[in-house]
Design a protein around this ligand. Structure first.
Ligand SMILES: Cc1cc2nc3c(=O)[nH]c(=O)nc-3n(C[C@H](O)[C@H](O)[C@H](O)COP(=O)(O)O)c2cc1C
Length: 393
């Protein structure tokens, strides 16, 4: 089974990822991973940092002549801020030495891991918390998870995401979203993300995109921030991944864990999700039909029933809270003096949702790849393809 670990701090020398369990013979190109990393860096509402952080992964183990070897794949992403010696990061984040002369950060930001992290680990300087809990880690997470996405694509499984709401502006209903997305989903989820990528806020609807951007401008002026709601679609999944047989193997539970472990995510839905609580059963459940194979007339279940894929597109949604670092301060308390002070500001996004969509597209990939391997597994890509083709025929 595939598992991965990340290491690295936002302003340390580099980020490191190790992915174990990829089959041998999987073609892996750093450009394809780099494409998703570049997408993660694009979107209206960005802060300054992204301008100088152009991410490109470097494989350092597990890949030979462009293919995996069945051994752990290791990769690194340098933090350019560190290597450029900009703002003194090599001193602030020096792996060795005493740290003498480096000012501690003592003002925790509400909504960040700052205070809870410092209390938990007994720090009198919040810097270590900020460095590891911040969303810079999502860069290497995307890189690790994109390898699973590349694996899934070998079997025609595509993933694509788009933004549904930023602040007050968004789609009004599930049905409105379906009308807008169905034609892309029919062509495969990649066509969905390619279309969404044409919008600076990754929204398929031009009018909504415009309004979302205007709202970001307003909140930027106010020194505040915004979150929102997004949807991720996966097409090409075969029937029968996941199971109802044991709680910890139900696919929606595993997907929710992957989504909710992403920084700033505060909720997740499958298919109609929360909207199903306000509809009668006949407007929720998908009627079954037979046309060459079993199908559903609608897909409000979002491609999962009983924790198992139905063969319909997987549709999951998530909500991201507004960015905690804001130009207009909030009240907080200095860790050392215990006095009420205003929050400090570090370069930060106003709305990171368009970029977060790319993160979530990728973090669900290992979950799906593992469900796929559980059913069709093997040690090499060739062997898995044999198993898969046998099942399909
Ligand atoms: C792609 C992405 C970018 C983010 N950018 C920022 C940012 O620029 N400034 C900030 O304060 N928080 C940002 N966040 C959110 C924080 O990382 C997150 O709120 C914080 O780590 C606390 O974790 P929690 O919200 O999961 O509790 C970002 C999150 C994501 C997913």
């Amino acid at each position: 089974m595939i598992r991965y670990l990340t290491a690295g701090e936002s302003h340390g020398p580099e980020l490191i990822g190790i992915v174990e369990g990829l089959p041998a013979g999987l073609p892996l190109k750093s450009e394809e991973i780099g494409m998703h990393l570049a997408r993660r860096q694009q979107g209206y509402g960005r802060g300054g940092r992204m301008a100088f952080e152009k991410d490109a992964p470097e494989f350092v183990a597990g890949v030979r002549f462009g293919k995996t070897m069945g051994s752990p794949v290791a990769m690194k992403l340098p933090n350019r801020a560190f290597s450029k010696d900009k703002d003194g990061w090599p001193e602030v984040m020096a792996p060795e030495g005493s740290g003498e002369g480096v000012d501690p950060i003592t003002i925790p930001r509400p909504g960040h891991a700052d205070l809870a992290g410092a209390q938990k680990y007994g720090f009198d300087d919040i810097r270590p918390v900020i460095e590891r809990s911040s969303a810079r880690e999502t860069a290497v997470r995307v890189a690790c998870c994109a390898t699973s996405r590349i694996f899934l694509k070998q079997f025609g499984i595509e993933i694509g995401g788009h933004v549904l709401r930023i602040g007050a502006h968004g789609y009004e209903s599930w049905d409105q979203v379906r009308r807008e997305t169905d034609r892309f989903i029919e062509k495969g989820a990649e066509s969905l993300f390619r279309k969404a990528d044409e919008s600076e806020v990754r929204c398929l609807n031009d009018d909504l995109s415009y309004r979302m951007i205007e709202e970001i401008k307003v909140q930027r002026k106010k020194g505040s921030s915004l979150g929102g709601v997004y949807e991720i679609v996966v097409t090409g999944l075969p029937v029968g991944l996941g199971t109802y047989a044991q709680w910890d193997r139900k696919l929606e539970g595993l997907l929710a864990q992957a989504v909710m472990s992403t920084q700033a995510m505060k909720g997740v839905e499958v298919g109609l999700g929360f909207e199903s609580g306000s509809r009668p059963g006949h407007d929720v459940h998908d009627e079954i039909i037979y046309k060459d194979t079993f199908k559903r007339k609608t897909n409000r279940a979002g491609g999962l029933e009983g924790g198992i894929t139905t063969g319909m597109p997987l549709i999951i949604r998530g909500v991201m809270k507004p960015i905690p670092t804001m130009l207009t301060p909030l009240d907080t308390v200095d860790l050392h003096t215990k006095e009420t002070v205003a929050t400090r500001y570090e370069r930060s996004d106003v709305c990171a949702l368009p970029r977060a969509v790319v993160v979530v597209e990728n973090v669900i990939a290992p979950v799906l790849a593992n469900a796929f391997l559980e059913k069709f597994g093997g040690d090499s890509l060739e062997e898995i393809k044999r198993h898969y083709n046998q099942h399909a025929s």
